[in-house]
Design a protein around this ligand. Structure first.
Ligand SMILES: N[C@@H](CCC(=O)N[C@@H](CS)C(=O)NCC(=O)O)C(=O)O
Length: 215
């Protein structure tokens, strides 16, 4: 059964795509145009009642929330492709911890920046410099913690790449590109090396090449 991933042109679905590639899971994609409101269509809302992307269909199994999806496939195919969960329960705990940090600390300010600087203007909004500065300051503080962590281990959960690292790829790619704030990464030596490492993985290069979206 081929997994079907909805919305490959946007950031959160790319979190799923990169993990499926790492795990060697076959998938197909279905485009959803957010600008045309396709995520609000009744048939789509039957799959994802909150009207956001991604959602996956795997036979008659449907799952939404990108981080729930990547956890599911990393566990389901634990012994296939790249191990993204760690080898011991302690490593797994750290993967979960940093996945939560990505979702709770990193994602809100970076999502705000992407929304205000990249997507907002396309929908006729004028970015408010004060709000942008607030989000940037919040993200900066999170990245200071990352710099300290990554001075002690190569990846966030330890010396192995995991879901926690890959989960950062889609929105950091906007940050160093269209958001125009690559210096937030480059000003921090260890964060910078970590970014070069994870963003040069063949899986991520393939995602960016096949679904460039607004990158
Ligand atoms: N927590 C959700 C968030 C997904 C999300 O924010 N998706 C964005 C695209 S990256 C979206 O669908 N935005 C349109 C909307 O929510 O109306 C997940 O991780 O799956």
């Amino acid at each position: 059964m081929v997994v079907k991933v909805y919305g490959p042109d946007y950031g959160s679905p790319k979190r799923v795509l990169v993990c499926l590639i790492e795990k060697g899971v076959k998938f197909e994609t279905a485009g959803i145009d957010l600008f045309k409101g396709e995520h609000r269509a009744p048939d789509y809302l039957k799959l994802q009642p909150f009207g956001s992307v991604p959602v996956v269909q795997d036979g008659d199994y449907t799952l939404f929330e990108s981080r729930a999806i990547i956890r599911y496939y990393a566990e389901k195919y634990k012994h296939q492709g790249t191990d993204l969960l760690g080898k011991t329960i302690e490593e797994r705990g750290l993967v979960e911890q940093w996945l939560e940090v990505e979702a709770q600390n990193y994602h809100p300010p970076i999502y705000d920046l992407v929304l205000k600087i990249v997507f907002g203007p396309l929908m006729g909004d004028t970015p408010d410099p004060k709000l942008i500065k607030e989000s940037e300051d919040k993200l900066s503080k999170v990245l200071d913690v990352y710099e300290e962590r990554l001075s002690k281990s190569k990846y966030l959960a330890g010396d192995f790449v995991s879901l926690a690292d890959l989960s950062h790829l889609p929105f950091t790619q906007y940050l160093v590109g269209k958001v125009g704030k690559e210096y937030l990464i480059r000003d921090r030596k260890h964060v910078s090396s970590w970014w070069d490492d994870i963003s040069s993985r063949p899986s991520w290069k393939k995602v960016v090449e096949l679904w460039p979206g607004l990158y």
